[in-house]
Design a protein around this ligand. Structure first.
Ligand SMILES: [Zn+2]
Length: 311
């Protein structure tokens, strides 16, 4: 609608009365700028239509904002989220990436200077795990250097000393979500031979296993028809193996002895529940055995008592 009006406007001759520059001062923008601090602009990276009511319901359940939130459609498939509390916004932004119906959500801070249709969303922060690094490269500097080749580095998950031992190095990177996922890069260290380092992305939603784009699934892939004559395996250049199990920040648990910072940890955390269950079951079994033994003794005692006189 806005575009149609703009096209129409170009063809019109402006009258003298219309050709007046209305000056809006800071008073006119104050309220929106103030509320805008608690707002984000958001877009779902999908080729399907997003229903506003369904989106509102889903995001409220997912984010559970402490002071409520409003979602408004400000342009086709572009939404503005207003949080009742700035802390809710901060929390949501820090926990990016999010997904809606398994498709990636792009979001950014409120930009008051722009008309909605001028807002182009494409950046999204991910925790990226870098595998196959030589031990001497498990540093903040290596994280920054490698990470900056695939996006904008926001953070490297290393403690104060700058080194983090582990199976991989975690780097927070703002990626361009409108390009193909990068699976790896060649790295040579201190003039040595090149080797491949591999990337895994934490909280990676749906993406195309055929072409590596995030805005569609395999079924909707435009490259699908082009490669119909090739074998299925040959076509799948991407896969679920690009997903990394969400890790934990080395700084949060740094200093706690006896704890590992590996992705398997989340699996391990499930163990106590199973363990408790097993212990309870064992105790029940033990009780049953003890109970049976008591009953056995009782029966023997009764039998002895009954039959004793006749012996
Ligand atoms: Zn594709």
């Amino acid at each position: 609608m806005a575009e149609e009006l703009e096209e129409l406007w170009k063809k019109l001759t402006v009258t003298e009365a219309e050709d007046e520059d209305i000056k809006l001062g800071s008073k006119s923008t104050r309220a929106a700028k103030e509320i805008g601090k608690n707002c984000i602009v958001m877009k779902i990276l999908t080729q399907r239509t997003v229903i506003l009511e369904a989106l509102k319901k889903n995001m409220r359940m997912l984010w559970k904002p402490s002071k409520g939130m409003q979602i408004s459609e400000i342009e086709e498939d572009l939404f503005l989220v207003e949080f009742g509390d700035g802390r809710d916004k901060k929390k949501v932004m820090e926990m990016c990436p999010w997904s809606y119906e398994k498709q990636l959500i792009l979001m950014q801070d409120f930009e008051g200077e722009l008309v909605p249709k001028e807002i182009k969303l494409k950046w999204v922060p991910f925790w990226v795990q870098i595998f196959n690094l030589p031990l001497k490269c498990m540093t903040r500097e290596s994280g920054y250097e490698i990470g900056s080749k695939i996006g904008v580095v926001l953070d490297v998950d290393v403690p104060e000393k700058g080194v983090q031992w582990g199976k991989f190095l975690r780097v927070r990177i703002r990626l361009d979500a409108t390009t193909k996922l990068i699976r790896g890069k060649k790295v040579s260290v201190e003039g040595g031979e090149s080797r491949w380092v591999f990337f895994r992305y934490e909280r990676l939603p749906n993406f195309c296993y055929r072409c590596g784009m995030l805005d569609h699934g395999e079924k909707d892939c435009p490259e699908r028809k082009e490669v119909e004559n090739h074998g299925e395996e040959e076509r799948k250049q991407y896969g679920a193996w690009l997903r990394g199990e969400p890790g934990r920040s080395s700084r949060n648990d740094y200093g706690r002895m006896g704890e590992e910072r590996t992705p398997e940890k989340s699996e391990e955390q499930k163990e106590p529940e199973t363990e408790t269950l097993t212990r309870v079951q064992l105790r029940l079994k033990e009780n049953a055995v003890v109970g049976f033994e008591i009953l056995q003794e009782f029966v023997v005692h009764v039998l002895r008592h009954v039959f004793q006189p006749s012996l």
